[in-house]
Write a protein that binds this ligand. Structure first.
Ligand code: EPU
Length: 420
């Protein structure tokens, strides 16, 4: 298994191009199951989770290929299989995103029930409720969610009890081919949902309300393929900006509309960074200063994203002052704190809050990645620590960060990937 070796103490300085968004690409790839005709998807990042989704689509009978420029072609005309097997779903929970499209296209689907994961129990009850409201009969047998709607899905008026990104995505994809109009209320408003809706619309779907709490979907008989470019990854961009702030450096990210970063840039400014924005770039500069502690509480969009919480925990670990970092979206997403303590961070966990007393420095240590964003936060901690930090289990990081060591090296970091 690969590890990352980081020797801290270098200020990051340089420019990177933002990758395509993992969390937009995954539902968009699942949505190709709805299309008649080939879909050409541009700016699909080269990541482990993307490879898993391509394998899943192939196993369902899709023809998939990746061009040298990173674009992916997916054609699902011959995709007649309706089972998403345990072996794939267990490696990537986002496999659940094929449930709605398979059901809408074929009238049936069997998707292995995703279990809990390191960051929480992550049930899919709301995905199921929304599809049941559209007339699907759903049962769980042998570890699989079995869904049937032999006469097609029907439009409905459904309110999500809590805001769910994946649940909204499954429901909107399914409703696109339903008979009649579906109104979905209390939906997620994340930019990745907007990207999915724009992709579905480019295929011929009739959807209104993306970015608000209510989506109205008028079902259409069929959707067609086409070409679409996926939005940039706001979490990848945010991660590199935090790394710049933590190391006292300067990083410019290009090919991104900075408005999608929302509160992430506000929090960086509160930490003392100067954040400049252009039409398609954003730059964070710390000018050698130590960051100020900054409180964050995670919330669904437009609140502070849970996917940036661990990175701000690392920033606060070396900041001036005391910060409270509260996680409200997932029940078990403060695990990085325990590993950071091994590096000299002063963090006390009270319920779902990490109380962090910033230290002037951290010390390198062997640490273990527990999930994707926790891994990224340990890399940031390693970049500011004295001596060597070895981060094990970095397959987590390869799920969501394209070429992280190459990118950080280009910014001046001392980081290497080692095998075994
Ligand atoms: N929830 C339920 N029932 C459901 C669905 C969700 O109780 O049926 C709960 C979850 O357990 C959680 C909360 O609702 O406590 C929010 O979960 P949500 O469904 O919004 O998350 P998700 O769709 O499983 C996506 C991202 C995550 C990101 C969250 C929140 C993808 C592939 N994953 O997950 O990304 O943290 O939204 O923004 O888009 C990551 O990239 O590291 C990552 C974990």
């Amino acid at each position: 298994m690969d590890s990352l070796i980081v020797r801290g103490g270098h200020r990051l300085d340089g420019t990177l191009r933002a990758s395509g968004s993992k969390n937009a690409a995954l539902p968009i790839m699942a949505a190709t199951l709805l299309a008649q005709g080939a879909c050409h998807l541009e700016r699909i990042p080269v990541l482990r989770d993307i490879a898993t989704m391509l394998t899943l689509l192939s196993s369902l009978g899709a023809t998939v290929s990746r061009a040298a420029d990173g674009a992916v072609r997916i054609e699902c005309d011959q995709a007649c299989e309706v089972t998403a097997p345990y072996d794939l779903v267990k490696t990537m929970r986002a496999s659940i995103l094929v449930l709605g499209p398979l059901l809408a296209r074929h009238g049936k689907a069997a998707v292995s029930f995703p279990g809990g994961c390191a960051i929480g129990s992550r049930p899919v009850d709301l995905h199921i409720q929304a599809l049941e409201a559209m007339g699907a009969a759903i049962s769980v047998e042998g570890g699989y969610i079995l869904a049937e709607a032999p006469h097609g899905l029907v439009g409905t008026d459904f309110t999500f009890d809590i805001t769910t990104v994946g649940g909204t995505e499954n429901a909107v994809m399914a409703a696109s081919l339903a008979n009649g109009t579906t109104v979905l209320r209390n939906v997620a408003r994340e930019p990745e949902i907007i990207d999915l809706v724009q992709f579905l619309r480019s295929m011929g779907a009739d959807i209104a309300g993306e970015g608000t709490e209510m989506l109205t979907i008028r079902g259409v008989p069929c959707l067609t393929g086409g070409t679409y470019s996926v939005m940039p990854d706001r979490i990848e961009v945010g991660t590199y900006l935090v790394a710049a702030a933590a190391t006292g450096g300067r990083v410019r990210m290009t090919d991104i509309d900075p408005s999608v970063l929302g509160v992430i840039t506000d929090k960086l400014r509160s930490a003392g960074a100067s954040v400049r924005e252009g039409e398609q770039w954003v730059e964070c500069e710390m000018d050698g200063k130590r960051p100020q502690a900054v409180d964050v509480t995670t919330e669904p969009f437009p609140g502070f994203p849970t996917d940036m919480q661990a990175q701000f925990t690392a920033l606060n670990a070396i900041a001036q002052g005391e910060a409270r970092v509260t996680e409200t979206v997932f029940e078990n997403r403060l695990m990085q704190a325990h590993e950071m303590r091994r590096m000299g961070a002063h963090i006390v966990i009270e319920g779902n809050t990490a109380i962090i007393s910033g230290q002037p420095s951290l010390q390198g240590a062997p640490v273990m990645a527990s999930d994707l964003r926790a891994s990224a936060s340990l890399v940031i901690a390693g970049l500011v620590a004295s001596g060597e930090t070895r981060i094990d289990r970095i397959y987590h990081i390869d799920r969501g960060y394209e070429n992280i060591e190459g990118n950080l090296q280009s910014l001046g970091a001392d980081i290497q990937r080692v095998s075994g």
